[in-house]
Ligand binder design. Structure first.
Ligand code: SF4
Ligand code: SF4
Length: 619
């Protein structure tokens, strides 16, 4: 097997609109110009060289801030036309709707936006720009709305380590496909920064291992954190992720970085230059440069050289270089201590990483082979080897579609390209049921019969969307209020401004005349309401409150949030309410509740002036 890059990370420019504390590139301010950076022609030529080396690799365009390249659309278009999967790594601040649309049209597959914290004080301080968090969130929303796959990327640091679970929940809430965790390697501007301790690193990776598949539709994945594989193996030696390249170091074996000036290095955190594209072809550098080829043999020093996980993990080579001065030295940010010289563990992935032949040795049916062909190139050899190994152990002589579906590792990791049996929100919800508190369950048992069967499914779905770990009575009330408010808004849209039993008749005539099923539902509800008039008072009162609510234009407001907004002076109220509603909608809230209000106000320059800040009794 020859070594080919599965992924190429390309710092398109050193210029940046921000000046983040942790930037490995020490990117300059926008005004510093682009002296000597690859020209458009050179960039297009580079795209061709990457595609010639491996037309199916993933191309990560980043910076600096790649959106500052005026020719970004052209570079994306050329790369997509050459068959590469192109993704953008950006701080998101400059990602407006038109840029997102243009890039999507040019062939961009996805966008990863860096979010350090949901607290503007932390994020904006770190990014050295007021309003950066708000702008980045807006960029994510535009990307998602224009049909790009979005990823949230967070660098784990002391200042945000406690917030990581919250950011994961939020990322899931806004529809991110992946929540990527990055870990600092102290180079560039980050060199002066204090990294997290090895124990904190370990704790974060263990958290990621426990949460990796908890969010339906979103993966939690550490990047450039090879120890993650050691932890996965310690937790479960049969974990399917051990057969993939997740988190592993591929520097020089299947990964390289290109700098803005065309230098090739093993990865973004290693400055060691293997050559320059202005003088040498990429294929020659990749094939011959010792700065890359040295990583194709696992001859590690120190404890990494004695460790049973040395093929599976192997440590971060950039961190070894930064800390002990030797790229083949030990990774001192690992808490594992080998005992003597341990026998290495091998997996399908370690074979793939170190060049064991990945050719087929068993026959495959055409339909199974076709599904395999849809799996991204970089994962395909590993999947093929894994399936064939298992087939041979089970004395299966031919890979049929049925067999492939049964044994392929976690279909979820392949996203849309996975073999059939997609994991939808509904099926994932069934598979990982969120527990109920006894009192919440008890409440549901008293719900009217015609709504009761639908409640568990709805609650599971909403709990998943909002990252809840338990369904309790308060959450039940929240969703009930939300549903009532949405119903009120629909009723108002029918031209009914006051809730009374007559309204049902009006609705029956006006809306549902052509739908016997809906008429039946209305009849059931009115019959029930007529039979329990005593109990209807509080419900009718609550509904009436929502009906009378004239604050919301696009979204309804919870009573508590509305009361707070009504405290705002008249001259600012309408504008603030509109901005809050806009924020709530962009961030996936179905109504404006106090949580949405707090977050929105924190983002607004005039938020503190509205008088809608929390009451003294709220923390
Ligand atoms: S000692 Fe090295 S190879 Fe072993 S788990 Fe730690 S970082 Fe990985
Ligand atoms: S050396 Fe470290 S930072 Fe570079 S690719 Fe490997 S794990 Fe990632």
């Amino acid at each position: 097997m020859t070594f080919v890059p599965y992924a190429v990370s390309w710092n398109l420019t050193g210029r940046c609109n921000l000046a983040c504390d942790h930037c490995y590139l020490d990117a300059n301010a926008r005004t510093c110009g682009d002296d000597g950076e690859l020209t458009t022609e050179q960039a297009i030529d580079t795209v061709g060289q990457i595609a010639a080396l491996n037309p199916e690799s993933v191309l990560i365009l980043t910076g600096g801030e790649p959106l500052l390249r005026h020719d970004l659309d052209r570079i994306v278009g050329a790369a997509a036309a050459a068959g590469l999967m192109v993704v953008l790594g950006t701080n998101g601040v400059l990602l407006d709707r038109s840029a997102a649309r243009r890039l999507k049209e040019a062939g961009l597959a996805g966008v990863g936006v860096s979010i350090d914290s949901l607290d503007p004080l932390i994020h904006d301080t770190f990014r050295r720009k007021r309003g950066a968090l708000s702008a980045s969130m807006q960029g994510l929303a535009f990307a998602r709305e224009e049909g790009l796959s979005v990823q949230v990327q967070t660098t784990v640091m002391r200042s945000n380590i406690r917030d990581i679970p919250l950011i994961a929940q939020w990322a899931h809430h806004i529809g991110a496909k992946v929540f990527n965790l990055f870990f600092l390697v102290c180079v560039g501007r980050g060199e002066q920064m204090t990294d997290i301790s090895p124990t904190q690193y370990e704790e974060t990776l263990r958290w990621a291992a426990s949460e990796k598949d908890r969010f339906p539709g979103m993966m939690v994945r550490p990047k450039c954190a090879p120890h993650f594989k050691r932890i996965l193996h310690q937790n479960n030696p049969d974990d399917p992720l051990l057969s993939t390249y997740v988190a592993a170091c591929r520097a020089g074996t299947h990964y390289l970085r290109i700098t803005p000036h065309g230098a090739v290095t093993p990865c973004p955190y290693m400055e060691t230059q293997a050559g320059s594209l202005t003088r040498t072809s990429l294929s020659a550098i990749w094939a011959d440069a010792p700065e890359l080829t040295r990583f194709r043999r696992p001859d590690y020093e120190g404890k990494c050289g004695r460790c049973r996980y040395r093929l599976l993990c192997g440590g971060c080579r950039a961190r070894a270089l930064a800390t002990v001065g030797d790229p083949m030295g030990e990774d001192q940010w690992c808490v594992y201590e080998p005992v003597g010289v341990e026998a290495p563990i091998t997996t399908v992935d370690t074979d793939a990483k170190f060049g064991v032949k990945g050719e087929s040795s068993l026959a495959w049916d055409a339909d199974a082979e076709a599904i395999l062909g849809k799996i991204p190139f970089f994962a395909r050899p590993m999947v093929r080897m894994g399936v064939e190994r298992r087939a041979m152990a089970e004395k299966v002589e031919r890979i049929t579609l049925e067999y492939f579906r049964r044994v392929s590792p976690s279909p979820r990791m392949f996203g849309d390209a996975a073999p059939p049996s997609p994991v939808t929100v509904e099926t994932a919800t069934d598979a990982a049921e969120i527990p109920w508190t006894p009192d919440a369950k008890e409440r549901v048992s008293h719900a009217p019969e015609f709504v009761r069967p639908g409640i568990p499914k709805l609650m599971q779905k909403r709990a998943c969307e909002r990252g809840k770990t338990v369904i309790d009575s308060a959450f039940l009330s929240e969703i009930r209020d939300e549903s009532m408010m949405l119903a009120s808004r629909r009723i108002k849209k029918l031209g009914i401004d006051e809730l009374s039993m007559d309204a049902w008749d009006a609705a029956r005539k006006k809306l549902f005349a052509k739908s016997p099923e809906k008429i039946q539902v209305i009849d059931t509800i009115t019959e029930l309401l007529n039979g329990r008039e005593q109990k209807n008072g509080p419900i009718v009162e609550r509904f009436s409150g929502y009906m009378a609510d004239s604050l919301g234009k696009k979204l309804g407001w919870s009573k508590e949030a509305r009361l707070r907004m009504e405290r705002a002076p008249a001259f600012v109220r309408e504008k603030a309410a509109r901005a809050v509603e806009g924020f709530a909608r962009e961030n996936g809230y179905r109504i404006v509740n106090e949580e949405a209000l707090d977050k929105a106000l924190a983002q607004m320059p005039f938020g503190a002036m509205t008088g809608a800040s929390p009451s003294p009794d709220r923390t």
